[in-house]
Design a protein around this ligand. Structure first.
Ligand code: ME8
Length: 539
């Protein structure tokens, strides 16, 4: 099992396992793509909590900049009103609905953020890291980013150029503004990447960043004076800070930078910044350079996930291809939703959502392999032992193989989910184990053994059912970070709380200690974990 010592809950100032999502633009409602990153972070942090570590999970919203300002104008409200409405009506409720257990929710319009941001940039200005200059270039409001010629596509006319991400025309911006001396940080960044080979993941993302930084970095324009929806520069209030410079700092302002030194020491540097691959450069180049300039430690890892695609393009709000997560959860349920995207799309690669694929996996993996196993075992303990879990008095090689299978599943899942962020691989290992338990029951045929009334026959039947129930005890713990409600139902059905306490109190380290579920537990059939989809849509 992977080492957990440096995040243990003992010691007041022990470092926490701190994971962040990007803070999302509130120009529109969330879609499957945003939920993908946020669910991944939730599973990762729940996994670490289940290791007994001190954990901090941060998400939030990015509320400044032209994109938000224009959306608010188009809707006839102030930008702040627009943000308040979207945050309260769309973003926060979705995270609650998807059972996201974030520890904090930062909004970049909050005073706790804007005050610290001003202090941070003032400090860089005082250190000579920021200077005044002029800039002109093509700008994509969708990305809130100046574009390089290589990042543009030809538009409808000779003069029109399109952003390659949004496929919409870029605008020509010409301004006098302030610059951050990013160009000075190229060699230091390359040195840092070389010394910290795991800083950027996956390898394809790391290579992309290396290639980018190996070319000459340009200084970064960090202020705007043609609109005012942003954090004013403290030394020149005619300018607001470029939205990305303000946004990146959420990771430290929420963690207590400049306001709570003790908490900041515990939380910073972050363990993992989760980002979509489209915003990798901001996190792996600009953010580290800004932190270097401020003299702060750099995050430990930046992990980029791939895109959910629609018709071969990135699913996006701007392109109106966003599917609302609730369109799927209303049919498949929240836990199946959390399961499907992390199971079906290897983290780091692009993938498409398909209703057919979701349906197929729901039916075969969740309802048949897993749900049926749980209900069959509970039903047999009910039928043959009046719902009281018997002891395993006649265990042999077959039972040992199941116990070994649980140990392997726990070890592989701990490494893959907890360390490598290979969610698909970790979930596959757990479901391999579920298959193994199904195979064990098929081979042992408890329904036939039940016909043998001899003492030996009863002991054999008791052993088989105990083994299956104990396997489910382990499965409930391993699946708890991914499917919390389902795991709770299973925990209740096994009567596990009586002897073992709450599911939330179980740890990854003890999951494979075979025999934890005490004989005598009250096993009940409970709700079907994954009802048939036809019944569900008909109801
Ligand atoms: O970029 N597939 O916010 P944003 C997978 N505010 N993930 C997707 C996705 C898709 N089709 N679409 C979006 C911003 N995402 C900035 C971030 S951070 C300091 C500032 C996810 O609302 C993915 O994680 O455009 C991506 O990085 C994030 O949503 C961007 O959301």
């Amino acid at each position: 099992m992977a080492a957990t010592a440096d995040h243990s809950t003992t010691g007041a100032n022990a470092p926490a396992y701190y994971v962040s999502t990007p803070i999302y633009y509130v120009n529109d409602r969330p879609h499957l793509g945003h939920a993908y990153t946020t669910v991944a972070g939730d599973v990762l942090t729940r996994w670490h909590r289940q290791r007994g570590e001190k954990v901090w999970y941060l998400t939030g919203t990015d509320e400044h900049g032209q994109k938000i300002m224009r959306t608010a104008e188009a809707n006839g409200v102030s930008p702040q009103e627009w943000c308040d409405k979207l945050v309260e009506e769309a973003w926060k409720p979705l995270w609650e609905h998807l059972e996201i257990a974030n520890d904090d929710f930062i909004r970049t319009t909050q005073q706790r953020h804007t005050d610290r941001v001003q202090e941070f940039v003032q400090d860089l200005y005082d250190k000579g890291e920021i200077y005044k200059g002029g800039y002109s270039g093509p700008y994509c409001v969708g990305c809130e980013e100046f574009k390089l010629p290589a990042e543009l596509l030809d538009g409808a006319t000779e003069d029109e150029k399109l952003c390659s991400v949004h496929k919409r025309p870029v605008e020509w911006l010409e301004e006098e503004n302030y610059f951050f001396r990013l160009s000075a940080y190229g060699p230091k960044l390359l040195e840092f990447y070389a010394e910290n080979p795991d800083f950027i993941q996956p390898a394809s993302a790391r290579n992309e960043v290396l290639r980018f930084v190996e070319q000459d970095l340009k200084d970064l324009s960090i202020s705007r004076s043609t609109f005012n929806w942003g954090v004013p520069l403290p030394w020149d209030e005619k300018h607001v800070l470029y939205v990305w410079v303000d946004a990146l700092q959420n990771y430290i302002t929420a963690a207590g930078y400049g306001s709570d030194p003790e908490r900041f020491a515990e939380l910073w540097p972050a363990s993992v910044h989760l980002v979509g691959k489209d915003i990798l450069r901001f996190h792996a180049v600009i953010w580290p350079a800004m932190l270097m300039a401020a003299g702060l430690p750099l995050p430990k890892r930046v992990v980029a996930n791939g895109w959910l695609m629609v018709g071969g393009e990135k699913m996006s709000k701007s392109n109106l291809t966003g599917i609302a997560p609730t369109d799927l959860t209303s049919h498949f349920g929240v836990d199946a939703y959390r399961y499907y995207f992390l199971r079906a799309i290897p983290f780091g690669t692009d993938g498409s959502f398909s209703w057919e694929d979701f349906t197929a996996r729901y039916t075969s993996e969740l309802a048949n392999d897993f749900g049926n196993l749980a209900s069959r075992v509970a039903a047999m303990v009910g039928k043959y032992f009046e719902g009281v879990l018997p002891a395993a008095t006649a265990a042999g090689e077959a039972e040992q193989a199941v116990a070994d299978g649980l140990r392997t599943a726990a070890e592989v899942a701990d490494l893959k989910i907890g360390e490598e962020l290979d969610f698909a691989g970790g979930i596959a290992a757990i479901f391999e184990f579920v298959k193994q338990v199904n195979g064990y029951l098929t081979e042992q045929e408890p329904w036939k053994v039940a016909k043998d009334d001899s003492e030996e026959g009863r002991a054999r039947l008791a052993t088989i059912l105990y083994t299956a129930a104990e396997a489910l005890r382990g499965t409930a713990v391993l699946l708890n970070p991914l499917m919390p409600s389902t795991s709770e139902k299973l925990w209740a059905s096994l009567g596990a709380a009586e002897g073992l306490g709450a599911l939330s109190a179980q740890t990854v380290a003890t999951v494979a200690d075979w025999g934890r579920l005490p004989a005598g537990a009250t096993v009940t059939k409970g709700d079907i974990l994954f009802p048939r989809l036809e019944e569900k849509s008909a109801s």
